[in-house]
Design a protein around this ligand. Structure first.
Ligand SMILES: C[S@@+](CC[C@H](N)C(=O)[O-])C[C@H]1O[C@@H](n2cnc3c(N)ncnc32)[C@H](O)[C@@H]1O
Length: 251
């Protein structure tokens, strides 16, 4: 049985964004757990494999694919997420019990502490299995987004908030920098009448990265078209954006 799992933040999809710590841990380990994405998103599994191959070069390693189900959509969002996490936890537990290697790595996109459920899953697993686990932080997509646009996300000591469409939709105003993850619905459109600037990126930090910046109202239609073109071309869209209030010019 596995005795220790490293939850390794791998950054936004390109090995150049791995930390030295992540690299050292990947170099040391021989077995890696990788969620198996099917269909168009199999590209994301390939990107994880490329990272291991890049670091391990010619050394042998084993990849154990985790057949995680897709999350079911439904009215009761929190309940559905909870069910999904339980099912993933069961698959992980079975896998950890079967493996002979003492230490394994579990590659997590970006940073495991940002919009990722595996920390919660491992908190449940450790109640049932005598297992140790450690989190290795990674560079998150929002950091790369800020760096590419050469902007401070926090300006002059302002607040920075993170949203997903579910919580963004409930806002009436955006009064400070707001980063939006996991938006498949162009939720920024709801704020088109507000004085906002949008800094948008797709596949950030990867070879195929695309960026767009502008006043939200003026950029909206171009951005919607660009999103559809990219989605069609690649089969899936991985996007993140920042909405920043524009200072009103008085006179
Ligand atoms: C489940 S969350 C995982 C976030 C991840 N833990 C992180 O720190 O970036 C997935 C969302 O992160 C954002 N994301 C992650 N990597 C990205 C990338 N390379 N380009 C654009 N968005 C990305 C997208 O909003 C995507 O829907």
């Amino acid at each position: 049985m596995v005795k220790k799992v490293y939850l390794i933040g791998i950054g936004p999809g390109d090995p150049k964004y791995l930390t030295i710590l992540a690299k050292e841990v990947i170099q040391r380990l021989k077995v890696f757990l990788v969620p198996e994405k099917e269909g168009k998103k199999s590209d994301l599994t390939k990107k994880r494999l490329k990272i291991i191959e890049f670091i391990k070069a010619k050394e042998p390693f084993e990849v154990v694919y985790l057949p995680f189900p897709e999350r079911e959509r439904g009215v009761n969002y929190k309940e559905k997420v909870q069910e999904w996490r339980l099912r993933k936890g069961e698959i992980l537990k079975k896998t950890l019990l079967l493996l002979k290697e003492e230490e394994v790595g579990f590659l997590i996109w970006g940073d495991p502490v940002i919009y990722d459920g595996h920390i919660e899953i491992f908190k449940e697993i450790e109640k049932e299995l005598p297992i140790e686990w450690e989190v290795i932080p990674g560079i998150s997509a929002f950091q790369v987004l800020g760096a590419k646009f050469k902007i401070s996300l926090t300006d002059l000591a302002t607040s920075l908030t993170f949203h997903t469409p579910r919580t963004l939709r409930k806002l009436k105003e955006i009064s400070h920098p707001t980063v939006v993850f996991l938006d498949n619905y162009a939720t920024f459109s709801l704020f088109k009448e507000k004085l906002l600037r949008i800094y948008w990126g797709a596949y950030v930090g990867q070879e195929e990265e695309v960026y767009l910046e502008g006043d939200l109202k003026e950029t909206l239609e171009t951005l919607k078209e660009l999103r559809e073109t990219l989605r069609e071309k690649k089969g899936y869209l991985m996007e993140i954006y920042l909405l920043k209030p524009k200072e009103e010019k008085n006179g």
